[in-house]
Design a protein. Structure first.
Length: 286
């Protein structure tokens, strides 16, 4: 059994993926941890965007690295208030693409659901995916960890989930910046964004560093996020969408999109639409 003090706080997703065991990563909307080869988990809260889920998905790939392996998985969604359609589609597309290796690596998964309608949607999500490994849904952390055989990690997981407070200040600024950029993905510049948020350039950059991101990364992410919404909502060509979100060319858009999601725009659109068509009715009925 290890404590939080024995884990390393990874400064970037790439750092964690290079050698994930014994590390954790704090994001404005989630904390991901991998204390032991046989146990990993994450806590997701608030209203994550598609870009937030894309970052979480990259971390979930840690089990596919040479350092990963068969494990039990803990998913805490107690603080989840909702998610935009793009976030839901992104997670569904990711799981669909990784389903075969996950079938071989996940021994069992415990999920702590949020209250109310969000909890019903989460439960419905699993009804649609029909995982081949055992999955159980719980209302509390302790019983979920006990079912996984990880009851001695309750204090550690509790402290890791508590790190959401550490992300709170940066999350507020980051959320405001993301809303600003999504409203106009072609602009503004860093200086214009800082003025709109009533911050100095330096203060905005400090908040972004604390959140583990940069202004250009957020601009690119906003363009991908807006593009995903357009790709789900209509039948506009990818070239037209690329221009609408401020990319110089379809090639530039495709490279940026693939770097952010690991998929080409056309592949993502096909997977996301298929997943949404299959998932929406059962989620609503759950």
């Amino acid at each position: 059994m290890c404590s939080l003090d024995e884990l390393t706080n990874a400064s970037s997703i790439d750092e964690l993926l290079a050698e994930p065991i014994g590390k954790y990563f704090v994001d404005p909307t989630f904390v991901y941890w991998y204390p032991e080869r046989t146990f990993k988990g994450f806590s997701l809260w608030g209203r994550p965007s598609a870009d937030d889920i894309e970052r979480l998905n990259r971390l979930n790939d840690a089990v596919l690295t040479p350092h990963g392996g068969r494990h039990v998985s803990f998913v805490d969604l107690q603080g989840l208030e909702g998610a935009d359609p793009g976030a839901f589609a992104s997670m569904a597309a990711y799981l669909s693409a990784r389903w075969q290796p996950f079938r071989e690596l996940v021994i069992r998964q415990a999920l702590v659901r949020p209250p109310g309608f969000a909890g019903a949607v989460v439960s419905g999500f699993y009804e649609v995916l029909k995982p081949s490994f055992p999955v159980a849904v719980f209302d509390g952390i302790g019983e979920a960890l006990a079912w996984l055989g990880q009851g001695d990690h309750e204090a550690l997981v509790g402290r890791l989930i508590g790190l959401r407070d550490q992300a709170g200040g940066a999350a507020g600024v980051l959320g405001s910046l993301r809303r600003l950029l999504c409203a106009s993905p072609c602009r503004p510049t860093l200086a214009e964004a800082a003025r709109a948020l009533h911050l100095s350039d330096r203060s905005l950059q400090r908040h972004l560093r604390r959140a583990g991101t940069t202004f250009q990364a957020e601009v690119n992410a906003a363009r991908v996020r807006v593009a995903q919404g357009k790709m789900l909502a209509g039948d506009d060509s990818l070239t037209a969408i690329a221009i609408d979100v401020g990319c110089a060319s379809a090639q530039h858009f495709s490279a940026m999109f693939r770097k952010a999601t690991g998929q080409s725009p056309s592949s993502w659109r096909a997977r996301a639409r298929g997943a949404r068509r299959g998932a929406e009715p059962k989620s609503v009925a759950a």
